[in-house]
Write a protein that binds this ligand. Structure first.
Ligand code: G3P
Length: 199
C-alpha cells in the first residue's frame, strides 16, 4: 500500500507538468489557457500552432499516464492499485499543482493509463476516436464518445480494470461540460485551424 501511495503522489506530480503550457511558453506561442478553447491540451495547441507541436504535447501527455502505470506494473502491483495510480495521473493533468489546479481534460493522459491494459483495448479506443473525429471533425465529441465506450470495452476485454476506467471516463465527460454545451448550441469549433477564431 505504501508503494501505491508514493507512486500515486509521483504520478500526480508528474502529470501536473503541463506540456501544452510549457511548450507554448518555450515557443512563444499564445497561452493555451487563455487562447483558443482555453484548454491546455494537444487539440488546442494544434489550433494555436501546428501538427508537430501538437504531436509533442500529445505524446508527452500520453506518457504522463503510461509511465506511472507501467512502473507500477513492473513493481508487481495488483490491478486495483494500478487503478489508483491511473486515476492519480489523470487528476494531475486535470488539476495540476504547478498551475493553480487549472489543467486540461486528460483525454491523452487517460489513453496513456489505459494503454498498458492491452493492445486490444487501446486499438479499439483509437479506432473509435478516429472514426468519430473523421465523421464529425469535433475532437471533443470524439473524446466524449470514446471515453463513454471505454468502460464497456474494458468490461468486455479486461473486466478487472472496469472501475478505474469508469471513474476516469466520468471525470473526463465532466471536464467536457463546456464542450457539451457548445456542441448542443452548435458553437463548438471543429479541428481545423481556420476555425480558431470561433472560440
Ligand atoms: O482533448 C481535449 C478535447 O477533447 C477538447 O479540446 O480544446 O476542443 O476543448 P478543446
Amino acid at each position: 500500500l505504501l508503494i501505491t501511495i508514493i507512486m500515486s503522489i509521483l504520478a500526480y506530480l508528474f502529470a501536473s507538468i503541463s506540456s501544452a503550457i510549457l511548450l507554448c511558453q518555450m515557443l512563444n506561442l499564445p497561452d493555451p489557457r487563455t487562447a483558443g478553447s482555453e484548454n491546455p491540451g494537444a487539440t488546442n495547441v494544434l489550433r494555436l500552432s501546428n501538427k508537430p507541436t501538437a504531436a509533442m504535447v500529445l505524446i508527452f501527455d500520453v506518457l504522463k499516464g503510461t509511465i506511472p502505470v507501467w512502473s507500477g506494473y513492473f513493481l508487481g502491483l495488483e490491478p486495483v492499485y494500478l487503478g489508483v495510480i491511473a486515476v492519480a495521473a489523470c487528476l494531475g493533468h486535470m488539476y495540476p499543482i504547478f498551475f493553480d489546479f487549472k489543467g486540461g481534460k486528460a483525454v491523452a493522459t487517460a489513453f496513456g493509463v489505459m494503454l498498458p491494459i492491452g493492445y486490444d483495448l487501446s486499438g479499439l479506443l483509437i479506432l473509435t476516436w478516429i472514426l468519430v473525429l473523421k465523421k464529425t471533425k469535433y475532437s471533443s465529441l470524439a473524446a466524449i464518445v470514446t471515453v463513454s465506450l471505454a468502460p464497456i470495452y474494458t468490461y468486455l476485454l479486461k473486466p478487472i480494470y472496469v472501475y478505474p476506467v469508469l471513474m476516469i471516463s466520468i471525470l473526463i465527460v465532466f471536464r467536457h461540460k463546456h464542450n457539451i454545451m457548445r456542441l448542443i448550441r452548435g458553437a463548438e469549433p471543429k479541428v481545423s485551424k481556420s476555425q480558431k477564431d470561433d472560440d
